[in-house]
Design a protein around this ligand. Structure first.
Ligand code: THU
Length: 135
């Protein structure tokens, strides 16, 4: 799987500029790559009710699934208050959301302003609940 991680990071950083985060000021960008190398993007969109906030990752999946994408290779996530100085790990809800469409080898690419770190879904959400259990 020849993924250009540097390119994914740059595109996630670009997408982060569009974050709507007036309450936390924590801006997140997500760039999602499907099995055909099509790209989708998402940013966090906060809401005055707070609980209606949508994370960047789920935004990207919403865009992708809405246009018919169903298989995915990788997502890159960047986030922070001002500068990006730490790795922004996806929240539990987003990991569960991803697991609906992604296999265990789906790659989760993170960037802290210096280094790129790559995890798999298996690493970040082992023993997950999935649709097979509903059969
Ligand atoms: N957030 C994301 O968009 N993705 C994550 O993985 C972690 C958190 C957003 C939600 C909220 O707008 C802000 O970051 C602070 O929690």
């Amino acid at each position: 799987m020849d993924i250009n991680y540097n390119e994914l990071v740059q595109l996630a950083i670009f997408t982060r500029q569009r974050a709507y985060a007036p309450y936390s000021n924590f801006k997140v960008g997500a760039y999602l790559l499907d099995a055909n190398d099509e790209c989708y993007y998402g940013c966090n969109i906060e809401n005055a009710s707070y609980s209606a906030t949508i994370c960047a990752e789920r935004g990207a999946f919403m865009q992708a699934v809405s246009v018919g994408a169903r298989k995915f290779k990788a997502i890159c996530i960047v986030g922070g208050l001002d500068e990006i100085t730490d790795f922004c790990y996806p929240c539990g809800v987003c990991l569960q959301f991803m697991s609906e469409f992604c296999d265990g080898d789906f790659q989760i690419v993170l960037y802290n302003g210096k280094e790129i770190r790559v995890h798999t879904l298996d690493e970040l959400l082992p023993h997950r609940f999935n649709k097979d259990q509903l059969k």
